[in-house]
Design a protein. Structure first.
Length: 280
């Protein structure tokens, strides 16, 4: 979909990081944007700034793990703008820990926020995009959806699931040449995802104190220090929507890991070394 001017976009996880940069970038393309996030204060600040900069935007507080909340997001979008063309399922969390340490609450929280959110988004918004006659759905996975590191097992499972969902969606959209899908697989990007625990619902708290985020070791510290500007990610996403590109890979090192993984799978069946290590 080359021309985004005058179109309507919805972005989840839009109060910070990639989501906020996407909303800002969409507005620069002349789109009206609905920002969705679970953090009301940060969401309102993001919307106010976009509007102050001349953009057309509203915010809707949304728990994307809830189908009812996502349906309300769609209703608010239609009430304010009458249609929708672009959906970016971007919200996500990470629960750190080794597989034998992760709790059922960790799994339920991560799967709800990361994977059910995308399912709800597709089920709710795809019929509306079809009614508009043209559009695009972007789902944020991760480099961890292409290879799995230690220490983020629940996150990895959801991100692999998003890749599978996105491939299926793209294949099922073949009869609709004006509607396309992309999967975003970013490496380290400046965001607040490592502070995800701040938004864990009380019903899914653990008996133990919540982890602060990713395990702090030399590699994870270096990754966060050198993380990509989310505005650069937003630029790649817009280009991919305009050129109907399915895979959006932000980091060259991710591409090399994918090559090594494919070679190992086809040649000797071994598991190639992961790009990152978040375990102790």
């Amino acid at each position: 979909m080359e021309n985004l001017n005058g179109k309507v976009g919805v972005v989840t996880g839009a109060a910070s990081g990639i989501g906020r940069s996407m909303a800002e970038r969409f507005c620069k393309e002349g789109m009206a944007v609905v920002l969705a996030d679970i953090e009301e204060e940060s969401l309102n600040e993001a919307v106010d700034q976009i509007v102050a900069d001349g953009g057309k935007a509203i915010g809707v507080v949304t728990d994307v793990s809830s189908k009812e909340a996502v349906e309300n997001l769609a209703n608010e979008t239609l009430k304010n703008y009458g249609s929708v063309h672009v959906l970016h399922n971007n919200a996500g969390v990470v629960a750190a820990g080794l597989l034998d340490d992760l709790t059922t609450n960790d799994w339920e929280w991560t799967i709800g926020a990361n994977l059910w959110s995308v399912i709800h988004g597709i089920q709710t918004f795809l019929p509306l995009i079809k009614e508009s006659g043209e559009g695009h759905i972007v789902n944020t996975s991760s480099s961890e959806g292409l290879q799995a590191s230690a220490g983020t097992g629940a996150y990895n499972v959801t991100k692999f699931g998003i890749v599978a969902l996105s491939e299926t969606l793209s294949n099922e959209l073949n009869p609709f040449p004006k509607i396309n899908a992309s999967v975003l697989c970013p490496g380290p990007v400046r965001s607040r995802i490592v502070e995800s625990e701040r938004n864990r619902p009380e019903r899914l708290w653990n008996d133990r104190a919540p982890a602060a985020g990713l395990v702090e070791n030399d590699q994870s510290s270096d990754l966060l220090a050198g993380a990509m500007d989310p505005a650069l990610v937003a630029e790649l996403v817009v280009q991919s929507i305009q050129t109907n590109r399915f895979w959006i890979i932000t980091h060259e090192e991710t591409k090399e890991v994918v090559r090594q993984r494919a070679a190992a799978l086809l040649e000797d069946g071994s598991l190639s070394a992961p790009l990152y290590n978040f375990s102790e």
